[in-house]
Structure formats: structure tokens, C-alpha cells
Design a protein around this ligand. Structure first.
Ligand code: CS2
Length: 492
């Protein structure tokens, strides 16, 4: 038996499910990048809102390329399970807010038509950092990106998320339909402002008037999104099936914690987000920095150094006290660079992050978080380092994390085994590593010269010195010992 509208009533009584009539729900949101994160985060909020009466805010979820999500969800009427895991056990809930899925690559015109339809008032995005086709260091559109080059040549059959949005906006503009709101839910600095800059730049390459129209009319609120969602495994599928008494081809696994902070800037209406626990604020910047510099920074640090030390998951890495102390050290170094609204308890926040990372029921692989480091480093680690240097403070903890990334992208681990490095710049980084060899004095400067990642900051002698020293130590004693030898800086 498979999860679907027809089998919903046969779920065991304790499993929460849509309490509303799904046939009466219409779509108001097109979501680009319908992966596990969206389904465990925004789609749950929308499910709550629909249950509270927001019947015209259902979601059409598009994957840009892969048909995997559609293949899994279409036969089950887009229903799926969210399994919330903690040391105390697992809670299952079936979500009904996704009404349809599509694969952009299979039928780009269909997706553009849906986005251009006046009923679509929000286009939301979880396409990961690299999906923005920008230069990570500057946040500007990378006009040489192959997908952007393609999209400019084929504006009605684009490949990239920015390409689809611009195509749909061109259609709306021509038809005199107001622009939808673009809601970025990716871990980028100033994600809404960055999205708007990229979309304006792409539209300007089509025509300056169109670029100006987007600059004048498009609302792109920034958001801070937070929920840890490891990749679903076959073991997870089997566990969920045994709980449901039926198959769900693609459940999502997550933690109890969830947070969504959104700038209240919607041009064409929004559901009553606050009813579902979303925080609406005038400026999300401080919260976004807090999350990127405390959570994501220490996550990446644990991912690179933990992987090198032989740990498969974040929870396993956190059982090693030296790594837990190191993660706390990253947060301590970052915290002084934040200016938060009065009353924000940063040490409480940091303590709660360490608990979340240690959740023994989540198998969040270090390898998964290590992906796409070239796109993640600037907003997670480098901004803090620049700010600390400006304040005259040491950067040793962050330098060891950056060195961990460098050691990782050489694609060969401490036992000489290959690392499957997934990163849009993996080829380029491996070539740099090959040319430099396993010599910190050569490898660190060569990687710091990658302008797209480090920009001008890569030339700073204080950065070069600290990272080169840390990388030398990684080569000398290995990640486990380097982390064990790490001591919090006396100036904190
Ligand atoms: C992680 C994030 O994969 C990663 O890079 O750091 O996906 C992290 O789990 C989320 O941002 C938590 O909200």
C-alpha cells in the first residue's frame, strides 16, 4: 500500500495528517527547488496555514533538473511524511500543502506559465548557494556562468532559477500583471537583496528597461531559515513505512527545532505567516548573520575537520569533546562580530546549537555539509574573520576551519583515500591542489588566490599567515590532533 489521498484514512490513528479538504486548496506559491529542506520547513508552515483556512496558498513544487522528487511524490498525490527525530523518539506527520510537482527541464513553458499566472503571488526558492549563479564573494551575477549564458540565448527555455524567474516576470510585465514576491530561503547573506541584485542584473542584460522594471517593482524579502534536514536514506524509508503501515517513497527526516524569520515586504499579499510561528521583522540581517556565523560556520568547521578525523556524522563528531569545544570556539569567535537587537541571548543560542548538533537520532553526514564549500565559505567564515581583524582580534579558530576546507578539497584524505568532493569549483580546486602538492606554504596561498571565493581579502597577510600555519599543522599532526591541540584564544 502506498501513501495517497485514497489511503490517508488508513493511516494509524496517532499519525497527524491534513485535516482539510485537499480538493478545495488552490495554489498561491510556486516553489523552485523542492528538496528535503523545503518539505521539512516552509511546506510544514504552509500546511499549518491551510489547516487554519488559508485555502489559496497551496504550493506547486518544481525541481529544476532531476525527476526524482516528482517520481516519488506524484504517485502519492504529493503527500509525504515528516519524521521529527530526537533522543526522545520520532513523531510522524503527513503534509498536504504540496499540490503538484513538476520538473522544469521537462517542460519549461509549463513552469513559466504557472509562475506568470496571476494566482501565483509568491515564488519561493531553495536552490542552494550555487543555484543563484553568482560570484560567492561579491554576490553579483556571474554573467559567464554556463546556465546564464544559455538562459540569455534561450530566454523562454531557461535552465537556471534566475532564468525562470526573469522569464516569468517578463511575461507578467507584458501582460500587465503585478510582479510576484520572490522569497529566497537559502543560506546566503542578505538572501533577498542578493536575489534581487542577481535578477535585476540578469534582466538588464535582456534590456535596460526590463532591469529597471524589476528594480522598481520586485519585492524580495530576506529570510532566515533554520531546520536541520539530513538526506533521507533507505533505512529512513523503511522505518517510516513500518510506522505508517504503508510506503512513502520520499519521507523527510528532521529535528524538532524549526525557525523562520521573514522581512515583511510582500508586494502581492502573503498568508498570515505569524499564525504558524513565523517571525515577521523589518530587518532580518542580524538574525541571518547570527545563524550563518554561529550555526552554519561551526557546521562547516565540524564537517571538514570531522570528516578528515574519520567521523561520518555531525552527532558522532560532537561525541568527541575536543570537537565540541572547537565548535563552541567558532561560535565564540563569531559572536563578537554580531550586533543583535537588545535582549538577544547569544550564549543561550550557541548552547542550543551544540545540543542540536549532538542530537543522536539524526544521521547528518559530514560529507553532506562539506558540499559546495566554495559557495559557503564567504558568508559562513570569511566575513567573521574580516570583522575580527578589523577589531584587532585573532582569527586562529576560523583559520583552522578554513584550513580544514583546504585539506578537504585536495580530494585525498589523511589515509590517502580519495574524497568525493562535490563543489562547482571542485575541478579547479583539485588542479590547484595538484600543482601545489601537499605543502602548506604552497597550497594555502594558491587557494587564497581564488578571487571568486576570497576576493581581495585573500591577499591579507594576517589571513595568509594564520591559514598557512593551520594547514601546516593539519598536514603535520592530522585533523583530530590539531583540533585537540586547539586552545581558545586568550583575548576572548
Ligand atoms: C548545513 C545546512 O548543509 C549545510 O551546509 O550547514 O544545511 C544546515 O543544516 C541548515 O542551514 C540548518 O538550518
Amino acid at each position: 500500500m502506498r501513501l495517497s489521498n485514497a489511503t490517508l484514512a488508513r493511516l494509524p490513528g496517532h499519525i497527524r495528517r491534513p485535516g482539510y479538504d485537499r480538493t478545495r486548496v488552490t495554489s498561491g506559491i510556486v516553489h523552485l527547488g523542492i528538496g528535503a529542506f523545503h518539505r521539512a520547513h516552509q511546506a510544514v508552515v504552509i500546511d499549518d496555514l491551510i489547516a487554519g483556512g488559508a485555502m489559496d496558498w497551496g504550493i506547486v513544487g518544481a525541481s529544476l533538473r532531476s525527476a526524482d522528487t516528482q517520481d516519488a511524490l506524484a504517485p502519492q498525490d504529493c503527500l509525504y511524511t515528516v519524521a521529527v527525530r530526537s533522543g526522545a523518539g520520532t513523531e510522524h506527520r503527513v503534509i498536504g500543502s504540496v499540490l503538484a510537482t513538476e520538473v522544469a527541464k521537462h517542460d519549461p513553458s509549463h513552469l513559466i506559465a504557472g509562475m506568470a499566472d496571476p494566482t501565483t503571488r509568491i515564488v519561493s526558492l531553495t536552490v542552494t548557494e550555487k543555484g543563484y549563479c553568482h560570484t560567492p564573494q561579491t554576490g553579483e551575477l556571474n554573467a559567464d556562468h554556463p546556465d546564464i549564458v544559455h538562459d540569455l540565448a534561450h530566454p523562454d527555455a531557461p535552465r537556471s532559477a534566475p532564468g525562470f524567474i526573469v522569464a516569468a516576470l517578463a511575461r507578467r510585465r507584458a501582460a500587465g500583471i503585478a510582479s510576484f514576491t520572490v522569497l529566497s530561503c537559502d543560506n546566503l547573506s542578505a538572501n533577498g537583496h542578493t536575489a534581487k541584485r542577481i535578477l535585476t542584473q540578469l534582466a538588464s542584460l535582456r534590456s535596460p528597461e526590463f532591469g529597471k522594471w524589476i528594480a522598481d517593482h520586485l519585492a524580495c524579502p530576506s529570510t532566515m531559515v533554520d531546520r536541520i534536514v539530513p538526506e533521507t536514506t533507505d533505512a529512513d524509508r523503511a522505518a517510516v513505512a513500518s510506522e505508517l503501515g504503508m510506503t512513502d517513497a520520499w519521507p523527510v527526516i528532521t529535528e524538532p527545532f524549526t525557525q523562520w524569520i521573514v522581512e515583511d515586504n510582500f508586494a502581492t499579499g502573503r498568508p498570515d505567516f505569524a499564525r504558524a510561528g513565523v517571525q515577521l521583522v523589518a530587518d532580518v540581517t542580524p538574525f541571518e548573520h547570527m545563524k550563518l556565523r554561529l550555526l552554519n560556520a561551526s557546521h562547516s568547521a565540524l564537517a571538514y575537520l570531522g570528516y578528515l578525523a574519520g567521523y561520518e556524522t555531525i552527532a558522532a563528531t560532537m561525541t568527541d569533546d575536543a570537537f565540541a569545544a572547537f565548535a563552541r570556539g567558532i561560535m565564540t569567535e563569531a559572536a563578537v562580530t554580531l550586533s543583535m537587537p537588545a535582549g538577544t541571548d547569544l550564549s543561550g543560542y550557541s548552547a542550543s546549537l551544540l545540543k542540536r548538533f549532538a542530537n543522536p537520532a539524526l544521521r547528518h553526514r559530514t560529507w553532506q555539509i562539506a558540499m559546495d564549500g566554495s559557495q559557503k565559505l564567504p558568508q559562513r567564515l570569511l566575513g567573521t574573520m574580516q570583522d575580527r581583524l578589523r577589531l584587532g582580534m585573532p582569527i586562529d579558530t576560523h583559520a583552522l576551519a578554513v584550513a580544514g576546507w583546504m585539506r578537504y578539497v585536495t580530494a585525498s584524505d589523511e589515509n590517502g583515500q580519495p574524497i568525493d568532493v562535490r563543489d562547482p569549483l571542485a575541478g579547479e580546486l583539485a588542479a590547484v591542489a595538484r600543482a601545489a602538492g601537499p605543502v602548506a606554504d604552497r597550497l594555502a596561498p594558491a587557494l587564497l588566490d581564488r578571487r571568486a571565493i576570497f576576493g581581495e581579502f585573500g591577499n591579507d597577510p594576517r589571513l595568509r599567515g594564520a591559514v598557512t600555519r593551520a594547514l601546516a599543522q593539519l598536514y603535520e599532526v592530522g585533523a583530530r590532533q590539531a583540533v585537540q591541540a586547539w586552545r581558545p584564544s586568550l583575548q576572548e
